[in-house]
Design a protein around this ligand. Structure first.
Ligand code: C2E
Ligand code: CA
Ligand code: CA
Length: 872
């Protein structure tokens, strides 16, 4: 038996209360006497009173002893009432009577009485029966309670399924909306806000980290939000990663702070060493801050929060955006744009304009980009900067682009038929276009249909597209290139991609928007560095660069010095209506250029003083032929080169451009070694002068090198070229004179030769007259006799003296001595040598010598009379 069902917990403590109902005072007293020892007793003198007591104290009473026969309301009537009020289920009723008539007993049981006893029954027995019935009933009640509890939990489960989100435990969308509407209505004094949030690229997260991880992330996030909210606030999940929060204003919108904290926490959810992925949450917020704002349905509020969220999503790094009326207007503008596109194309509201591209070096127009313009029926002129992104988001941009491409193809076709100058035209291809089914076929069919060379229709694909769907795009671009299309990467430098990536994507031309570099520019030098790095990189990969957004001559000159010559921008021409563009193209044909490219241009003082343009100006015009180069000990790349270099070296720009990224590789020996030596020296000492070298037919130049900066792997050097052609030509003149002198030696009658003043007095040139004078038939015979030394020419006995005399006058201007020479006829004669010293351009001193034969008279004169005899 259950412990808690003992009738008395402790002796003396009566646990159960009985209601004794009898109109007879005696009968009541007898019953009470039998039972009061064990039970608390409550008395009622009539059926009426019994009902009143039960009404009040039903929960305290455990059993009713009910007299059958009573005036007015008898026992059966009370039973009936208890039945009606369902009390009978809660409390057992024991009927008490002095009659055992069967129909009475039957009636009592029918009405739900638990027992029927005769008043005359033994007191002890009555006591037992009362206890038993109470116990039985309590037990029944207990199991009933259990069943009830089970049923309740079942109901709760059902409720859960109907109202809660299984994954996160927050509200599901329907109940969020219902509860949310109730809360807003029930709390008119609370200022609510509705947040509509999701995770950027949640699909990517699921696919990359797995769905379980995605689920874990959502649970973590929702729990973080739930923790913060009170009972008058809600979190709900619409689907996937879309979470809605209804929160009210406490302490200055603390929720916004909380939201930012939660976004900060989940940002690093996947980050650990080796994994680097920032989870980004973005929300739109609708504020119920006015009566009007509150009056919307929650669905409408969600729509507007959604509008705000879309706006927030457009800005990278933005966590939330509060809805405002301006936003709404912006969105409704967007709606007008989206809705009217089709009719706008049909009505001619959209036209194709052209912006020319020029070769800044030659001044030729080399291409043009098609840019669309929309004169909207109700909105007026709207800029592609506004409508293109809208149409991209709604995937309608393809309709527009296909129209533009077709217009461009038509023009190309017409030009061909009219035999006009035809240049390549670029069209813009949106990422959406490529994703569209059949893009490749469409483009191919277009050039087939209009019979144009694919290379005349250039395709500009923006850099960011390559980042997003790289594989698909790379595949399609590769196909197009194989078919002869030229593909340009547009907007390079807008910040998404690295230079390194260029190696992996198949493109023909890099389109570099220099505004991307200058807009964020706080110092122009950095922009210049990036620019030069990009251009160098592109050149080293043989990738031509088109610079766009060129607005000033300084920029154009700067780009040209960096080696980029194809340009597009307001400096050259704005986008023009098609007819105007055609006229310009026709003038181009006759050589009438839009701008004078090489004109000096008017520079006022302030322009020159402007820090940004001054250095460019100086580099360009003031310092003479110069280059800025990068040298890594092995290779040298030319970063900047000014026009003067081309002028002085007479270089072909085209030829130079091909070599500029490996300039040393194009220089032959020994100049290459000389340059390296000089640059190494400049790196060590800061400055070095290179050896002079020749170029072209008669040019002669010498470079000086200054170290600008040293990096870990390479050095930047400033190389200034000095034109030594004039100085050099003087040297060559001298050499020429020398040569002529030697020629004269041949022609002169009499003995002429030259020998080196130093060393062993080598003879280098012997005039024909000398051979005659000394009676030798040929140079061979002469050199067989004397070798090629002046010393051996001198007759041996005179030799030591002669050497001494000549050494004594060495490096002076003249030398002279008398000595004997053994002649070809075997005789020995006296001669007088008279030499004039001349330095050659290598610094050697030579004596140009005239040899005179001394006859007897002259021997006397020179004091060398035949001392040894044996002389003529
Ligand atoms: P984008 O392809 O980068 O085109 C160059 C934009 O720079 C054009 O703006 C052009 O007018 C502008 N621009 C050119 N030179 C200069 C300059 O020196 N200074 C300044 N400040 N701006 C210059 P636009 O025509 O407003 O076009 C904006 C963007 O809209 C284009 O950027 C392109 O992404 C898109 N777009 C234009 N037409 C089409 C089209 O037919 N199809 C597609 N998919 N996109 C287009
Ligand atoms: Ca473009
Ligand atoms: Ca561009």
């Amino acid at each position: 038996m259950d412990e808690n069902l003992t009738l008395q917990n402790t002796p003396g403590e009566k646990k159960f209360k009985l209601l004794v109902v009898d109109d007879s005072d005696i009968n009541r007293a007898i019953l009470i006497a039998m039972l009061e020892e064990e039970f608390q007793i409550r008395e009622a003198k009539s059926g009426q009173e019994a009902v009143e007591i039960l009404e009040e104290e039903i929960d305290e009473i455990s059993l009713v002893l009910l007299d059958v026969m009573m005036p007015k309301i008898n026992g059966f009537d009370v039973l009936q009432i208890m039945n009606d009020k369902e009390w009978i289920r809660q409390i057992p009723v024991m009927m008490v009577s002095s009659s055992d008539a069967m129909e009475l007993v039957k009636r009592a049981y029918e009405l739900g009485a638990a027992d029927y006893i005769n008043r005359t029954m033994d007191g002890i027995l009555i006591q037992r029966r009362v206890s038993n019935i109470i116990r039985l009933f309590e037990r029944q009640k207990e199991s009933l309670r259990r069943v009830e509890a089970e049923r309740a939990s079942l109901v709760e489960e059902k409720y859960w399924l109907q109202n809660k989100d299984e994954l996160t435990g927050c509200w599901n969308f329907n109940s969020f909306k219902r509860r949310g509407e109730e809360l807003i209505q029930e709390n008119p004094d609370l200022e609510y806000s509705l947040w509509y949030a999701d995770i950027r690229q949640f699909k990517f997260i699921n696919e990359t980290f797995g769905y379980d991880e995605g689920d874990r992330l959502l649970k973590y996030w929702v729990n973080m939000l739930l923790e913060y909210l009170d009972e008058k606030e809600l979190v709900g999940r619409i689907s996937a990663d879309q979470i809605v929060v209804l929160t009210h204003k406490r302490e200055n919108w603390k929720f916004a702070e909380r939201f930012l904290v939660s976004t900060d926490k989940i940002r690093n959810f996947f980050n650990e060493p080796g994994i680097n992925y920032d989870v980004e949450v973005v929300a739109g917020v609708y504020l119920c801050d006015t009566e009007e704002a509150r009056s919307l349905t929650i669905n409408q509020m969600l729509d507007l929060a959604n509008v705000a969220q879309e706006e927030a999503k457009k800005q990278s790094g933005r966590c939330y955006q509060v809805y405002s009326h301006e936003l709404w207007e912006k969105q409704s503008r967007a709606m007008k744009i989206k809705k009217h596109l089709k009719s706008a194309i049909e009505n001619g509201e959209i036209s194709v304009w052209m912006q020319p591209q020029y070769n800044y070096v030659t001044g030729e127009m080399v291409g043009a980009e098609a840019l669309c313009r929309w004169n909207h029926k109700s909105l007026g002129n709207i800029s592609p900067g506004e409508f293109i992104p809208i149409l991209e988001r709604s995937s309608q941009v393809t309709m527009l682009d296909r129209y533009v491409w077709e217009e461009v193809c038509k023009s190309l076709r017409r030009w061909q038929e009219e035999k006009r100058l035809s240049i390549a035209l670029s069209v813009n291809i949106s990422r959406i276009d490529i994703q569209e089914e059949g893009f490749y076929d469409y483009i191919k069919d277009l050039v087939t249909k209009y019979e144009i060379d694919p290379k005349l229709l250039r395709l500009e694909i923006t850099e960011s597209a390559y980042m997003e769907d790289s594989e698909q795009i790379i595949r399609i671009v590769e196909q197009l290139r194989q078919d002869g299309f030229i593909v340009e990467m547009d907007d390079f430098g807008s910040g998404y991609s690295s230079l390194n990536m260029l190696k992996d994507v198949p493109i023909d031309i890099l389109k570099l928007d220099i505004r991307f570099l200058s807009e964020t520019e706080y110092d122009a030098a950095r922009g210049g560095n990036i620019l030069s790095a990009v251009i160098r990189m592109a050149h080293s990969m043989n990738l031509p660069v088109i610079a766009e957004g060129v607005e000033t001559m300084e920029q154009a000159d700067f780009l040209k010095n960096l080696g980029c010559k194809i340009m597009q921008g307001y400096y050259f021409a704005r986008p023009l209506p098609f007819e105007e563009f055609e006229q310009l193209l026709d003038r181009q044909q006759t050589g009438d250029l839009a701008i004078n490219f090489h004109g000096e241009g008017l520079r006022n003082l302030s322009e020159i003083m402007d820090a940004r343009s001054a250095s460019g100006f100086v580099f360009d015009r003031c310092i003479g032929p110069s280059m800025l180069v990068e040298y890594d000990g092995e290779h040298m790349a030319v970063i900047m080169v000014n026009d003067a270099v081309f002028d002085v070296l007479g270089l072909e720009r085209e030829v130079f451009e091909q070599k500029r990224h490996d300039f040393l590789g194009s220089v032959g020996s020994p100049y290459k070694e000389d340059m390296k030596e000089a640059m190494d020296e400049a790196i060590e000492y800061g400055f070095a002068r290179g050896r002079g070298s020749s170029f072209g037919k008669s040019g002669w130049a010498q470079a000086t090198y200054r170290l600008v900066s040293s990096g870990a792997y390479s050095h930047i050097l400033f190389m200034q070229i000095e034109d030594l052609t004039k100085a050099h030509s003087m040297e060559t003149e001298i050499e020429q004179l020398n040569r002529e002198l030697l020629d004269y030696m041949d022609l002169m009658p009499g003995g002429m030769f030259r020998f080196e003043a130093d060393g062993d007095m080598k003879i280098s040139h012997v005039g024909k007259g000398l051979l005659d004078l000394l009676q030798y038939d040929s140079w061979e015979a002469f050199s067989e006799k004397f070798g090629d030394s002046f010393q051996s020419l001198v007759y041996e006995p005179d030799r030591a003296r002669v050497i001494k005399e000549i050494r004594a006058c060495a490096h002076r201007e003249y030398c002279y001595c008398a000595h004997r020479i053994e002649r070809g006829d075997g005789k020995i004669g006296w001669y007088y040598a008279c030499g004039h010293a001349v330095k050659d351009n290598e610094g050697k001193t030579w004596y140009y010598v005239m040899l005179i034969k001394l006859d007897k008279a002259k021997q006397e004169l020179f004091g060398v009379e035949d001392k040894l005899g044996d002389v003529e």
